[in-house]
Ligand binder design. Structure first.
Ligand code: COA
Length: 384
């Protein structure tokens, strides 16, 4: 029995900042952002949206009424939680109207959490093949204005419906994991934004990739030729490219070109959105499926998941017959092209405009489907 991703979708907010405008405002050469980091646009979120609204909006696109009766498990992978206790998953479960006899919870380990959630969902469906699981990877990557990490911000959510005999991708049972206790990126509970040693994080990312890649080749008895594409966690799109190139010396030139062409297809959407933390590997996967004509059913796609701190995993997916008919390419592209470009002043204002920290009774005017319309007694009330 195959188990895997039956449906997949993403959602990003309606506003973005062009990286040329950010570069000009920060007295930086725009090529550093466009070429050096590989980012063209950055998604920006208003205060009335959060991981719940992003996650619900992504999930709504794929969860049918029939699915709602079959979902037993709702897991949100995130490092942008609104609450130390209550999970975003139980709120999304309620907003979507999923049948009540379900487990709903949140998982965390930096940008790795979405993969932890996906693998838990796979295990659950393996034990209960007639049931389904909803996995959401949702985050808001914010480092602060005028910080080193600012050009690698972004936000959004990816939702995946996991089932037996999936329509898009089977998840192979070939995971290789790696853990290393290191402080390259962390956010103590008294900090609004993460603390980051950016250059160390690049180094640990590449080292983690080469370690799980080599271990994967050994344990699973594969070579690079067994992979139609390698897809990476994308804090910014140059990062995965650097890791991919780290394993090039063992490959022929033809092999290198093939994998780098697939890589270019996998980063089309992230160049437009920025970092989704937990969701970025999966936005890369959607981008690859939507933008590649070279893939075919039966192909194996390698997935490198990385969460600073650091936990990583390499595993693979197998493309299912007829997967192309399940994709929503036009809708995905329309979501990105219909967005509104912000000026640098609007971006900075939106960045600093936050939900009130003092308890009270607040009403907001945001008529977006899935937005916070009220805050009272520490409870966020959502449009839906
Ligand atoms: N034209 C083209 N490329 C340029 C350039 C220009 N004018 N100016 C700089 N660059 C290139 C640099 O050569 C470098 O490329 P390389 O990585 O291939 O060597 C790249 O742009 C970044 O320059 P760098 O000086 O290293 O940038 P930085 O000191 O501002 O730091 C990050 C970049 C990513 C470390 C920083 O944005 C950060 O801390 N981000 C958050 C953490 C993160 O995303 N970590 C990733 C792993 S999880």
């Amino acid at each position: 029995m195959k188990i895997g991703i039956d449906k997949i979708s993403f959602h990003v907010p309606n506003d973005y900042l062009d990286m040329t405008d950010l570069a000009n405002a920060r007295n930086t050469d725009p090529n550093k952002f466009h070429i050096g980091l590989g980012q063209d646009k950055m998604a920006v979120i208003p205060k009335t949206q959060d991981i719940v609204t992003l996650g619900a909006a992504a999930a709504e696109k794929i969860v049918s009424d029939e699915d709602k009766e079959s979902i037993d498990l709702v897991i949100v992978g995130t490092e942008s939680s609104n609450d130390f206790s209550k999970s975003a998953a139980v709120i999304i479960h309620g907003l979507l109207g999923i049948q009540p006899f379900a487990r709903s919870y949140e998982v965390k380990h930096a940008c790795y959490a979405g993969t932890a959630a996906l693998q838990q969902a796979r295990d659950y469906v393996a034990a209960h093949p007639t049931r389904k699981a909803l996995v959401i990877a949702a985050d808001i990557a914010k480092y602060g204005l005028n910080t080193g990490g600012e050009p690698t911000q972004g936000c959004g959510a990816v939702a995946m419906l996991v089932s037996a005999e999936p329509s898009i991708l089977a998840i192979n049972d070939d995971s290789v994991f790696y853990s290393e206790d290191v402080y390259d990126f962390w956010r103590p509970s008294n900090h609004e934004y993460p603390l980051v040693d950016g250059h160390l994080s690049n180094e640990i990312y590449i080292n983690s990739f080469t370690r799980v890649w080599e271990q994967n080749l050994k344990v699973n008895q594969t070579t690079s030729q067994d992979y139609a594409a390698l897809t990476f966690h994308l804090p910014y799109t140059k990062m995965g490219r650097k890791a991919l190139r780290a394993i090039f010396p063992s490959m022929s030139e033809e092999e290198q070109t093939r994998l780098e062409t697939r890589y270019d297809e996998a980063v089309v959407y992230s160049r437009e959105v920025g970092n989704l933390y937990t969701g970025s590997l999966y936005l890369g996967l959607i981008s690859l499926l939507d933008n590649s004509d070279a893939l075919k059913p039966g192909d194996r796609i390698g997935m490198f998941s990385y969460g600073s701190g650091a936990v990583s995993e390499f595993f693979s997916l197998e493309l299912m017959p007829g997967y192309k008919e399940q994709l929503t390419v036009a809708a995905n592209q329309a979501l990105l092209t219909a967005r509104k470009q912000l000026t640098i002043e609007e971006y900075e204002e939106m960045f600093e405009d936050k939900l009130p920290l003092v308890d009270g009774d607040y009403d907001f005017n945001d008529d977006t489907t899935y937005a916070i319309n009220k805050l009272k007694d520490g409870i966020r009330y959502y449009n839906h």
